[in-house]
Ligand binder design. Structure first.
Ligand SMILES: NC(=O)c1ccc[n+]([C@@H]2O[C@H](COP(=O)([O-])OP(=O)(O)OC[C@H]3O[C@@H](n4cnc5c(N)ncnc54)[C@H](OP(=O)(O)O)[C@@H]3O)[C@@H](O)[C@H]2O)c1
Length: 277
């Protein structure tokens, strides 16, 4: 029997280049910092908060790495292309692409009977379409063995209870489907394409919700829905990206990786107190 050796696709992170959409704040910033801690140079992408983007870049530099800031609206394919032109001019190559940006809730948050088509489009354009355009722009810059990620919210894409999430839930489902198709399309190049699904995360959109809603969400998770007893942090998700960028993760592709302290393991029909015993 002839043993097929894995293709040599070294992914030691020092000196690699990454683009993370929506890395001015929240989970995107956590991913940018975690990669920078491992020597990756980062294109920090933002939409409206240039001050927050500058702060992310400062954090990157404090960790001994470097990068630059690039602006763009990911709901517009021409602006996505411009982001990649800047990446090419600054970095020449790209090793890691993370599609993470998501518009403000006001742009899409509406139940199915009330949602406008504009809100629906904001969700879909920022997820599946932005990923389609982004990955196609990223691939010519990417060497074999690169890494592509979509940040999803798989609870929203498979459930129907949180009604105003309808457009983003459906858009995330489309995004997850696209991850699988792209994973097959680029597999021969040793490029992996995965979705990461965080649970509720601190220092993110959560902190923009009304105080009462934040309290209810935190209580729900600490009292048992997240078996690890806390919410996630942007650093938790950043570390998952670093892990999957390792050469040792070369055989994992087309998957939805839940990074949620076990929250997705819970049975929605039984109160958490009974489940965790
Ligand atoms: N937070 C959670 O608990 C949680 C849980 C599961 C999954 N997720 C997913 O994780 C990702 C990040 O969520 P987050 O809560 O960390 O985000 P966030 O703190 O709300 O930050 C959103 C990011 O997206 C950028 N952005 C907003 N509208 C944009 C547009 N039209 N074009 C380009 N960029 C735009 C923002 O840039 P500016 O700063 O310039 O506005 C910002 O960097 C999302 O895909 C979300 O669905 C989040």
């Amino acid at each position: 029997m002839v043993l097929v050796q894995p293709k040599e696709t070294s992914m030691a992170l020092e000196g690699k280049h990454a683009l993370i959409t929506g890395s001015s704040r929240g989970i995107g910033r956590g991913i940018a910092i975690a990669l920078a801690e491992n020597g990756v140079k980062v294109a920090v992408h933002y939409f409206e908060n240039d001050g927050a983007a500058k702060e992310t870049l400062e954090q990157i530099r404090k960790r001994g790495s470097d990068g630059f800031i690039v602006r763009g609206d990911v709901t517009r394919s021409d602006e996505i292309s411009k982001i990649f032109h800047t990446v090419k001019a600054e970095f020449e190559t790209l090793d890691i692409f993370v599609s993470n940006a998501r518009p403000e809730a006001s742009k899409f948050f509406q139940p199915p009977l009330d949602i406008t088509l504009e809100q629906w489009d904001a969700a879909f354009d920022s997820q599946g379409k932005a990923f389609l355009v982004g990955v196609r722009e990223a691939l010519p810059l990417m060497r074999d063995g690169g890494r592509i990620f979509a940040i999803t919210y798989a609870e929203g894409s498979r459930t129907g209870g949180h009604q105003p999430w309808v457009a983003m839930g459906a858009a995330k489902a489309a995004l997850e489907s696209l991850v699988r198709y792209f994973a097959v399309a680029v597999a021969k190049r040793g490029i992996t394409v995965n979705a990461i699904s965080p649970g509720w995360t601190e220092d993110s959109v959560l902190n923009t919700l009304p105080e009462e809603a934040q309290k209810m969400i935190r209580n729900w998770h600490t009292r048992g829905w997240t078996p690890m007893g806390r919410l996630g942090t942007p650093a938790d998700i950043g570390d998952v990206v670093v892990l999957l960028c390792s050469e040792k993760a070369r055989w994992i592709t087309g998957q939805i990786i839940y990074a949620d302290g076990g929250a997705s393991l819970m049975n929605p029909e039984v109160p958490p107190e009974i489940q965790i015993g």
